[in-house]
Design a protein around this ligand. Structure first.
Ligand SMILES: Cc1ncc(COP(=O)(O)O)c(C=O)c1O
Length: 411
């Protein structure tokens, strides 16, 4: 069954979790990939094979298993670099996108002070907001932000970027409204003012082609688990000179040059930022995920999600008493569709959908200021990925209608 750009039936056969039934014996309709994606057998096999055949501590030990572990770990780094248009030395493995943002925010502590400004946006996930708030509090710098317009788009006010701006942090795609802000334009404006830009790629790297060189991003943070890879591994891309200018964040073994009781010198990046035994099995899994996505073609992935999103926007627009948060066209908008149902709390919507086997997310989705800006407490969110079908979008719309009837809400 081809759905436009992807052979979705063949893809679904690779994902064991999609074959299971859930509540009331219903087949699983997984519309929560924005939180974490399902994993194909290729990724599971890569991790299992690491543990079965190559389980030695990468970068440590003089034996064959350790050497193989190192090759797999460094091979994954090179693969991720190629996927993003970067050099391997510019790829730092972290625990998550959250840790990647924290790494940069902590490492900038001594470069920022009173009178300086940190510029973010009102549509950020808390992972790309709280670390900057904390940096401002630690250093006496001022936090500023681009606000969100009523349609969910970003109000890019160039006057907020000045010579006082020390760092700009912006999402590549909102995890709530799917809005894709004009990141390239923001980077250009920031660079004119001499400020580096960190892009939160947690919702963009899994879903669209991203080329850091073309984008000219200084830093890019994302998580493997939202792009078919294992949990527990994130990535920080940083331009070589930007990474070289940063002190370490977490310290310990493997990131040092010379250690004396009095002091320690540190390795150059990326090792400087990777203390401890490396998460090589997870890196093997992420490399397999990248092979999988590259095999599909990121352009095709994006096109498939766009067609599902267009379908969902049409279907939800048809429903009385349902309000879509953010733009209701797919222009500069990815596959996250959050909505409110008049008279039914999002948690109740989520519970009814769950009874039908439809997995969505409810609440503020770690983007509380954005919900406030859009005038809502909470919402229900469906997010799409390579394995979702148009029939599942119809089931979502039908499920919402059922929830409205169930709670006697206006339709
Ligand atoms: C836009 C965005 N940024 C950052 C994150 C944080 O990712 P993680 O929890 O994997 O660190 C998320 C997760 O939902 C996200 O959607």
């Amino acid at each position: 069954m081809r759905e436009g750009h992807l052979d979705v039936e063949a893809i679904r056969a690779d994902f064991p979790a999609l074959a299971r039934t859930v509540r009331n014996g219903n087949p699983l309709i997984y519309l929560d990939s924005g939180a974490t994606s399902q994993k194909p057998v290729q990724v599971l096999d890569a991790e299992r094979s690491f543990y079965e055949q190559h389980n030695g501590a990468a970068h440590r030990g003089a034996h064959l298993l350790s050497e193989e572990g190192t090759e797999i770990y460094e091979g994954a780094r090179a693969k991720i670099a190629a996927f993003l248009g970067a050099d391997a030395g510019e790829i730092v493995f972290t625990k998550s996108a959250t840790e990647a943002v924290n790494l940069v925010a902590f490492a900038l502590t001594s470069s920022v002070g009173p009178g300086d400004e940190i510029l973010i946006t009102e549509m950020e996930h808390h992972a790309n907001l709280v670390p900057w708030q904390q940096l401002a509090q630690r250093t006496g710098a001022t936090l500023r932000w681009f606000t969100v317009l009523p349609d969910g788009r970003l109000d890019v006010d160039p006057s907020l970027i000045t010579e006082r701006t020390k760092i700009v942090a912006v999402t590549g795609q909102s995890n709530v409204t799917g809005v894709i802000p004009p990141v390239a334009e923001i980077i250009r404006l920031a660079h004119e003012a001499g400020a580096p830009v960190l892009v939160d790629g947690a919702q963009s790297v899994p879903h669209h082609p991203v080329d850091v060189a073309a984008l000219d991003a200084d830093f890019l943070a994302f998580s493997g688990h939202k792009m078919l890879g294992p949990l527990g591994l994130g990535v920080l891309y940083g331009k070589r000179d930007r990474l070289e200018a940063l002190p370490p964040f977490l310290t310990g073994g493997s990131m040092i040059e010379v250690v004396r009781m009095e002091e320690t010198t540190f390795l150059p990046p990326p090792d400087r930022f990777e203390p401890g035994v490396p998460p090589a099995p997870q890196a093997a899994g992420l490399a397999a995920a990248i092979d999988y996505l590259s095999g599909l073609g990121m352009e095709n992935v994006a096109a498939h999600e766009e067609s599902l999103t267009a379908h969902a926007l049409d279907a939800l627009r048809e429903l009385n008493g349902v309000r879509i948060l953010g733009p209701d066209t797919t222009k500069d908008r990815g596959g996250a569709v959050a909505f409110e149902v008049d008279g039914v709390h999002p948690h109740d919507v989520g519970q009814v959908l769950d009874e039908l086997g439809i997995a969505v997310r409810t609440g503020h989705h770690c983007a509380w200021p954005l919900h406030r800006a859009l005038g809502v407490q909470a919402s229900t969110r469906a997010t799409f990925y390579v394995y979702n079908t148009h029939a599942e979008v119809d089931a979502l719309a039908e499920g919402i209608r059922y929830a409205q009837r169930f709670f006697g809400a206006r339709q």
